[in-house]
Design a protein around this ligand. Structure first.
Ligand code: MG
Length: 243
């Protein structure tokens, strides 16, 4: 399965080899189990203005900006665009609900994945549409320096955001590696699209409620059900230890 996925990646991109020296992790749903909280907050915020929005839709839209998500749902519900005021108000309501919830926990076994990469001298960074500085600080603290803020790409760094390849291209530049020297770990369709569009081997870990086919349809090179499966695949993906 893994060798087939690598062969498919090489024929799609024209690269001669995949030689992974760095891994770029998305944050929500990959590092933190924060999507159930975001989903509940979005559904409640939309309900307040009479828009029906399901948790499944939250997962499908993950990575889109708040304004864009709100505008799209207004067009479906009311047949018109949302105003900037409406976008700001609904996003503020959503953020308010989110902040009332407990801080999200780490995704199971993500620490083992990051430790394995660090032990094998594979560089690591976070590429996220989030700009929550407290959460970003938590990543540095919880992983004991295995991630550094200087290498991270956040909402504050990019203009376009996922599904545009911009954030992952910026991640490659910060890490100083070529697309075929990296791997993206994502959980969401738009993030997968961004990784693939940046020309990077993109694996999805289905940590949420989406059907596996939604992740494959977005172009994921491999889809795992959990981090333990990714951990088991890492020796085959990164090759012999690069000490
Ligand atoms: Mg995510």
């Amino acid at each position: 399965m893994i060798q087939t996925a690598i062969s498919n990646y090489l024929s799609a991109t024209g690269h001669k080899a995949l030689n992974i020296k760095a891994v770029m992790f998305d944050m929500d749903g990959v590092i933190f189990n924060s999507m159930p909280l975001h989903a509940k907050a979005w559904v409640k915020a939309f309900a307040e203005c009479g828009v029906k929005f399901s948790e499944y839709q939250v997962y499908m839209n993950e990575g889109r900006t708040g304004a864009s998500t709100i505008d799209e749902e207004f067009q479906k519900a009311f047949g018109r665009h949302s105003t900037p005021d409406e976008q700001r108000d609904i996003y503020r309501i959503k953020s308010g609900f989110f902040r009332q919830m407990p801080a999200p926990e780490l995704i199971s076994n993500i620490t083992d994945v990051v430790d394995y990469l660090a032990e094998n001298n594979i560089a690591r960074t976070i590429v996220t549409g989030s700009g929550e500085s407290t959460t970003l600080d938590r990543v540095e603290a919880l992983f004991g320096g295995k991630f550094s803020r200087q290498l991270m790409v956040t909402a504050l760094d990019v203009k376009l955001g996922k599904p545009n390849p911009e954030p992952y291209l910026m991640g490659l530049r910060k890490l100083g590696v070529a697309p075929n020297e990296a791997m993206v770990v994502e959980n969401a369709p738009l993030g997968i699209q961004a990784g693939v569009a940046a020309g990077v081997f993109t694996v999805a870990v289905n940590t949420g409620i989406l059907a596996k086919n939604d992740l494959l349809a977005a172009g994921a090179n491999l889809v795992f059900d959990n981090m333990l499966q990714l951990l088991d695949a890492l020796p085959s993906l990164i090759g012999s230890p690069k000490k």
